[in-house]
Design a protein around this ligand. Sequence first.
Ligand SMILES: [Zn+2]
Length: 292
Amino acid sequence: MIGDARLDRVVDMERFVLPLATLFPAAEAAALEADRHWLEPAFMRGDEIALSMHSVVLRVDGKVILVDTCVGEHKPRPRQVPWNDRSHTSYLARLATLGLAPEDVDIVFCTHLHADHVGWNTRLVDGRWVPTFPRARYLLGRGELAYWQSQVRCDPAANHGSYTDSVLPVIEAGQVDLVDADHELLRGLTVRPLPGHSPGQVGITLDRRGSHGLLCGDAIHHPVQLVRPDWSSRFCSDGSQAHATRRLLLEEVAERGAWLVPAHFMGLTGMRIRRTRDGFRPRDEAARPGGA
Ligand SMILES: [Zn+2]
């Protein structure tokens, strides 16, 4: 709970493992030695880091808001084998364990339009991509959508082809609303620009009953970036802008005692952090998730 808002995770892929240097080209494992005791085994093992692919369901004021829609099923992603043509995932069953059917979702909010954040926007029915959430308004950042539309005009296969199978069908169904900075979704839920990982990434600032959170998409991918906020991912469109965005949001989250709610932290919906002499750390290092 953040104030009177309830947050739950819906996991699409439990554990997506990458070598540290594959995700963070600037990383040196030696910089993490003093932090292994809380990073291992949940968040990393040796030089491999683990990411979770999950949505966050936000329930507040009687509304159901699904933030980011992961990888999805049946999507052709030959350049990223673990994401390619998945089937029999438990994503919708996990949503059901929260008491939610697809038609209960009022708003789908995509922080950005990378293939691992739009997958469940659509599903394959009789050979056609249709919106998975039939009643939902899909909220997309105006600048983010414009950017990917310009990319796709040059290269239809850009971004693993995810615009065509996971974004265009919800536009054609008339279910998309574009949002700008400072747009208020509901009282205390405000759109926040987080550029750098992608040009138009947006998050949600949550302020309810004196408690605060920041749903921040991929502004931070992994807890090693608390230790080294300057490590931007290989997939960031502008690594130095991503670093500046990340540092600012980490400072703000630490100072306000807010919950950091990223898209890929293993086993956690949110984390509270504290500032240290050389960066940031979890406020409670013992509150890390178990191995598994
Ligand atoms: Zn991502």
